[in-house]
Design a binder for this molecule. Structure first.
Ligand code: FE
Ligand code: FE
Ligand code: ZN
Length: 280
């Protein structure tokens, strides 16, 4: 089965997201756990979580992906910035138990001129502090574009973080097509080669989710500007090939493309499904 969806607003709760996903032919979705810039999370309404569970069942939604605020920086030099990241991650992981056995994605962080080694150490220390044996959630580290001092722009950096995590069986990777492309991985010309490098450094078994985005920039630009599918340098065929690849096709795929209206995601999903069919 092809599992595909897009990023949805969580402002009206879980049950509403299940309805929104079903309305555009999606069988999964991503959402922010709180304001993407950080801040306090709304309390989870148990009635909403229960309504979600039954709606999800009816809509064939078995996997959902929560996304941490993208401003969190567990590698920060400033103690108060790092403490805020730790507090938010811990709170999010507790809240994730309202929807057990799901996926929670985070950007690893930025070393802000402390050097990649210090950044990697701080990120893995932070994850070791917040991950608890009782958590049922899988924590995903997202592959990044390598913009500025971002950590996670190479598979090697992500492998180094994971190697330092104690409860590493609870940790996986979310691969973002725009980010790896901008990071210099040629997923259009040599997808097999990129996946082989991933397998050798991290292991394909760690790969749990894919963000499918086209890129406004050429390969290796280290920019991170998402484009609608078919409007950028990766192209519809390039994205469809990622969704059809034997090593990837059973994973959940999430669009984070720039659209104003949810119906446009429905059209994008249809176009990807059609292009993917021809490749299977
Ligand atoms: Fe992200
Ligand atoms: Fe992403
Ligand atoms: Zn991005």
């Amino acid at each position: 089965m092809f599992t595909i969806g897009c990023h949805l607003s969580s402002s009206k709760g879980y049950a509403h997201m299940a309805d929104a996903a079903a309305s555009i032919g999606a069988n999964t979705f991503q959402f922010f756990t709180r304001n993407p810039r950080g801040g306090r999370a709304k309390d989870i309404d148990p009635a909403d979580a229960a309504a979600f569970a039954s709606k999800a069942d009816a809509a064939g939604i078995s996997t959902i992906l929560a996304h941490a605020p993208y401003t969190l920086n567990p590698a920060a030099a400033k103690p108060e910035t790092r403490d805020f990241a730790l507090m938010t991650l811990a709170d999010d992981l507790d809240r994730m138990e309202a929807t057990p056995h799901q996926l929670y994605n985070m950007h690893p962080g930025a070393h802000v001129k402390q050097g990649a080694d210090v950044g990697i150490q701080k990120i893995s220390d932070a994850i070791n502090q917040v991950l608890k044996p009782e958590h049922t959630t899988t924590l995903l580290l997202e592959t990044m574009a390598g913009k500025g001092t971002e950590i996670g722009g190479t598979f090697e950096e992500l492998a180094q973080i994971i190697s330092r995590i104690e409860l590493s069986d609870k940790v996986g990777i979310c691969l973002d097509t725009c980010h790896v492309w901008d990071g210099g991985y040629d997923i259009v010309g040599d997808l097999d080669g990129v996946l082989e490098r991933f397998d050798q450094t991290i292991g394909l078994g760690r790969l749990r989710a894919i963000h499918i985005n086209d890129s406004k920039n050429p390969m290796g630009a280290h920019k991170d500007r998402h484009e609608v599918i078919g409007g950028g340098h990766i192209g519809l065929q390039g994205i469809a090939a990622v969704t059809a690849h034997p090593a990837l096709r059973d994973l959940p795929f999430f669009l984070e493309t720039p659209h104003e209206d949810i119906a446009e995601y429905g059209e994008e999903i249809l176009a990807i499904k059609a292009a993917r069919e021809g490749m299977l």
